[in-house]
Write a protein that binds this ligand. Structure first.
Ligand code: HEC
Ligand code: HEC
Ligand code: HEC
Ligand code: HEC
Length: 206
């Protein structure tokens, strides 16, 4: 009779099988032990304080633009009676002291012809002065993503809470938007200059 592949009844299993089963058994125990450790450390279990949300409910806040000169507000005080004039020209009767350097634009690319208290987009949709960034980013679309991400402009507020955005006209005058160079500040004082008497500090300050 040919040799049976299975072991004969009543005999002790050969040592390699014992070894295999004990390795499997130990591995199972180890997995169970690890699993219990993991669940013990589960941060959601057994806490007596409310879990903080991982993602901030960061509703962005748009800070208002700087106050406009009241001399001209509301615009419709004059413009309600003024015949709208869409011709590109030099203004002489009013707004004549206004500096204007912004590409080849004319006032009515931005200001609404019929209602001077609002701006308008290219499709004619009206936009409040406070939302002028929507107008700016229509032409300067490449700045929109950067501004939203807080790369262009300045974002303050909270990482986890509301992020505060400065609107475009907080930094750029819409009529001459070129950012003017800032005067450089003096370098910080060296420690030995700070520890001298007050009068000496005055002397070294540029
Ligand atoms: C004191 C009256 C007065 C006020 C207030 C005033 N405007 Fe005017 N505005 C005028 C006059 C007058 C002209 C025409 C000037 C000219 O033709 O030389 C004019 C012209 C304009 C024009 C050029 C297009 C057109 O219709 O002639 C724009 C744009 C404009 N104003 C926007 C504004 C805005 C925006 C405000 C409010 C922030 C404002 N104005 C407030 C008197 C006023
Ligand atoms: C690029 C768009 C744009 C153009 C072009 C433009 N404006 Fe304005 N203008 C604005 C915005 C935006 C504001 C509001 C600024 C703010 O919120 O501080 C404003 C504000 C004003 C104001 C009130 C505040 C101030 O600065 O006195 C007047 C008046 C005015 N514009 C007149 C004009 C006239 C006149 C022209 C054309 C010579 C013109 N604007 C061209 C976007 C524009
Ligand atoms: C209708 C299109 C249009 C709108 C709306 C518009 N711009 Fe512009 N902007 C231009 C053009 C065109 C130029 C000139 C680009 C050039 O000269 O290369 C320009 C130039 C600029 C510059 C660069 C100026 C420099 O010389 O460094 C700034 C900053 C700027 N715009 C900001 C704004 C802001 C802020 C607003 C919103 C109040 C705005 N723009 C709205 C078309 C627009
Ligand atoms: C906190 C201030 C600040 C705010 C807010 C801001 N900018 Fe600027 N922006 C700057 C400064 C500073 C520069 C000049 C960078 C330089 O000269 O290298 C500039 C440059 C620019 C330029 C011309 C430079 C270029 O890349 O060609 C444009 C166009 C412009 N900004 C558009 C915008 C628009 C549109 C918004 C609103 C969505 C905006 N900015 C908001 C500070 C600001």
């Amino acid at each position: 009779m040919a040799a049976q592949p299975s072991q004969p009844n009543g005999e002790r299993p050969p040592p390699y099988q014992l070894a295999t089963w004990s390795v499997i058994g130990l591995a199972l125990l180890a997995v169970l032990a690890l699993a219990s450790v993991r669940t013990d450390r589960d941060p959601e279990r057994g806490r007596d304080y409310p879990p903080r949300p991982l993602v901030a409910a960061a509703t962005p806040v748009l800070l208002p633009p700087p106050e406009m000169d009241d001399e001209y507000l509301p615009c419709n005080d004059c413009h309600a009676d003024e015949e709208p004039n869409a011709n590109v020209r030099d203004l002489e009767e009013e707004h004549d002291d206004m500096e204007f350097r912004h590409g080849d634009l004319w006032c009515l690319h931005c200001h609404d012809l019929e209602d001077r208290d609002v701006l308008h987009l290219a499709n004619g949709a009206r936009v409040a002065f406070d939302d002028s960034w929507q107008l700016c980013t229509q032409c300067h679309g490449e700045k929109l993503a950067d501004w939203r991400a807080g790369v262009h402009g300045k974002r303050t507020g909270h990482w986890r809470g509301a992020a505060e955005y400065r609107t475009c006209v907080s930094c750029h005058d819409p009529h001459e938007p070129h950012f003017r160079p800032l005067a450089p500040k003096p370098p910080p004082l060296r420690p030995e200059q700070i520890t001298r008497t007050d009068s000496a500090i005055e002397e070294v300050e540029p």
